[in-house]
Design a protein around this ligand. Sequence first.
Ligand code: GBH
Length: 440
Amino acid sequence: MNSPARFPADFVWGASTAAYQIEGATTEDGRGPSVWDTFCAVPGNVRDGDSGEHAADHYHRYDEDLDLIADLGLGSYRFSIAWPRIQPTGSGKPNQKGIDFYRRLVDGLAERGVRPMATLFHWDLPQELQDRGGWENRDTAERFAEYAEICYDALEIRDWLTINEPKTVVDCGYRFGQHAPGFKDDARAFVACHHLLLAHGLASRVLHERHPGRRIGPALNLHPTYPADDTPEAREAARHQDGLENRLYLDPVFKGSYPEDTLRWISERGPMADHILDGDLGIISEPIDVLGVQYYTPVFVDGKGERVFLHERAQAEWLEIYPEGLHDILVRVQRDYPGVPMVITENGLATVDGVDADGRVRDDRRIAYLRGHLSAVHRAMEEGAQVEGYHVWSLLDNFEWAEGYSQRFGIVHVDYATQKRTPKDSALWYRDVVKSGELR
Ligand code: GBH
């Protein structure tokens, strides 16, 4: 690069985490069981039989982690609130000790001049709600809005995200079974999809009614989808895949309608359409204030609709490294769904990291990934994409769902035996970028 890419002075630099992946302390202070505790307890569901029982022990070490955030010079920290800490059974009276934990966290951020961004749901559904049908039950969306209201009133936070990656819940949780609750059933999956989106809309409405001036949106994992070759079949397959990856979530939120081609395909597989009641799409399209964009990988599909990999892959094999995809999806969202600022709420890479004898963690591959993707963000912004900020996934190495602790996404290394934190080379690199506002 000839001249350094300079980001606007008010660009927000941050890092992201999620409750179940870092907190541990799953039975402390009144937290109820979640679907992930249940899922992890079944042998074979998670690599090496791992679970989030201890994770990075952030519940006890949050103060040290807040210092890390401050040392990196970050302006924003995105974390998630564990619903089963706030309402152990998913409804009813709030658990004060759970609220207190997030109050301490938010206060600690304020003391350090770091802005909080809170995700209301990052997959840890209270088990009792699952026992009553989980996201297939419309009532779960109503319970979610009630839980959201408790959080809004208890915590002094301006920026909120509703559902983290509804697509991942639908696909991994309900279609392909790698995540809790572990179903493999398209018919049920898309019913859950509608209720997840309904939950998003209901909770957004409650925030706007009760706390004007605060902001809310969903955190969507978007996958720019491309034909792998220049045949009409591949182009058609890519269009179909784009429906399932992106438009199924963007269209109802921004336009108040499901994409026709995708809904037709879904309706051949199950009863989702029967669950879309009058008024639902009006709720789902409650205007949002910010769109959380999460990007890791593109999807290239061939004429048979099969995913093919055309670029280098990460340790996490689903992750094809293609920075241009982030540029493309930002420009596309700006064009097709204009008017709402975007914030990148996740982007990052898993690498096999260890601490060297000299105490350093040499994660050059992560630095290259982050540099390439930030450069893509900068180019998209030059072309008019309205991007307010960027959060790297993740602040800390953590429980990577079905992969357990085998994949490390952190810019800070965690030694799980001692819980010692070591900023990786990428953290030091990111600190310099944050400080200068420049990619050199
Ligand atoms: C995000 O999910 C999550 O929000 C975050 O919690 C997670 O730690 C991070 O990304 C890194 O994965 O695709 O069949 O091989 C990204 C979506 C869904 C991608 C699960 C990997 C693994 C199963 N992820 N998927 S598969």
